[in-house]
Design a protein around this ligand. Structure first.
Ligand code: DGL
Length: 265
C-alpha cells in the first residue's frame, strides 16, 4: 500500500485538447487532483518551431511545479515531440508522462496494411515521430495529414460545424481511397471529433484515441513511485488558461475551477 501523496497532477496542452487526456485520467483515478494549463493565448503549437514549443513547455512546467504538481502529463503530442526529452533533462526528479501517435497499435491492428495518421505539422516533422515510424511502421503504409486549421475549429467549439465536416472530408477522402482501415488520432484535440469521424468512415475502420492508455500509464507511474493520492482524498480540479477559451462543457464533465492567467509572449 502506498504512503499517499495528495498533491495535484499537472496536465498541459496548447489548448483544450489535453482535456481528452485529463478526462481519461480523472475517470480512472477519481482521487487525484488535477491542475490543467491550456495555453490558449498561443494555440496552435502545430505550426510553431521546436524552440518556441520547448520554451512554452518549460514555462508551463515551471508554473505547474510552482503549484506543487507531483507529476507532469504533457497532454500534447506536439509538445511531447518537441520538448519531452529536454523537460526530463531539466527536471530529472519529476516524473513526466508524454503522448505519442499510436503508430504501434495501429500497425498491429490494420488488416489492409494501410494506416492514416492525423497529427500536427510539427509532430509529423519531428525526430520522435521518425523514430516511431522506423520502429513500428516498417511493414505498413502510412498516410499522414497535418490537418492545418483543424485545431482552431476545435478550440472554438465547432465540433459539428460545416467547416469542420468539410475539412475532415478533405483529410479522410484520400486516405479512404487508399484503403486505410486504421486511423491514429495523433493530436489530443482530435478525440473531440470522434462522433463526427465515426460517421465519416466505414464501420470497420478502427480509430485509435490514445487517452485511455496514457491514463493507465499515469496510474502505473503513480503506483510505482508511491505517489498516488490517499483513498479518502477529495480531488480538486483547477483549470488555467492563457487566452480565450470556449465553453468547457463541450469538452469535459470535470467540475473545474477556472482561472485566467497571462502568458509571457
Ligand atoms: N493538442 C496538440 C497535440 O496533441 C497540439 C495542437 C496544436 O496546438 O497545434 O498535438
Amino acid at each position: 500500500m502506498s504512503s499517499g501523496n495528495n498533491n495535484p497532477i499537472g496536465v498541459f496542452d496548447s489548448g483544450i485538447g489535453g482535456l481528452s487526456v485529463a478526462n481519461a485520467i480523472s475517470g480512472l483515478l477519481p482521487k487525484e487532483s488535477l491542475i490543467y494549463f491550456a495555453d490558449t493565448g498561443r494555440v496552435p503549437y502545430g505550426p510553431r518551431t521546436r524552440q518556441e514549443i520547448t520554451d512554452f513547455s518549460f514555462e508551463i512546467t515551471r508554473f505547474l511545479l510552482d503549484h506543487q504538481c507531483k507529476m507532469i502529463v504533457v497532454a500534447c503530442n506536439t509538445a511531447t515531440a518537441a520538448a519531452l526529452e529536454s523537460l526530463r533533462k531539466q527536471w530529472p526528479d519529476i516524473p513526466f508522462v508524454g503522448m505519442e501517435p499510436a503508430v504501434k497499435p495501429a500497425a498491429e491492428a490494420t488488416r489492409s496494411g494501410k494506416v492514416g495518421v492525423l497529427a500536427t505539422l510539427s509532430t509529423i516533422r519531428s525526430e520522435r515521430y521518425a523514430e516511431l515510424m522506423r520502429r513500428y511502421a516498417a511493414n505498413v503504409e502510412v498516410f499522414e495529414n497535418p490537418c492545418i486549421g483543424l485545431v482552431p475549429l476545435i478550440e472554438a467549439g465547432q465540433l459539428n460545424a460545416p467547416e469542420t465536416i468539410e475539412q475532415l472530408k478533405e483529410i479522410l477522402t484520400p486516405m479512404l481511397a487508399q484503403q486505410v482501415d486504421t486511423l491514429v488520432l495523433g493530436c489530443t484535440h482530435y478525440p473531440f471529433l470522434l462522433p463526427l469521424l465515426k460517421g465519416m468512415v466505414p464501420a470497420d475502420c478502427k480509430i485509435i484515441d490514445p487517452a485511455p492508455a496514457v491514463a493507465r500509464q499515469v496510474a502505473r507511474r503513480l503506483e510505482h513511485l508511491s505517489l498516488a493520492a490517499k483513498p479518502e482524498h477529495p480531488a480538486e480540479y483547477q483549470f488555467f488558461h492563457s487566452g480565450p477559451v470556449a465553453d468547457l462543457s463541450f469538452f469535459t464533465d470535470i467540475p473545474w475551477f477556472i482561472h485566467s492567467v497571462k502568458s509571457s509572449k
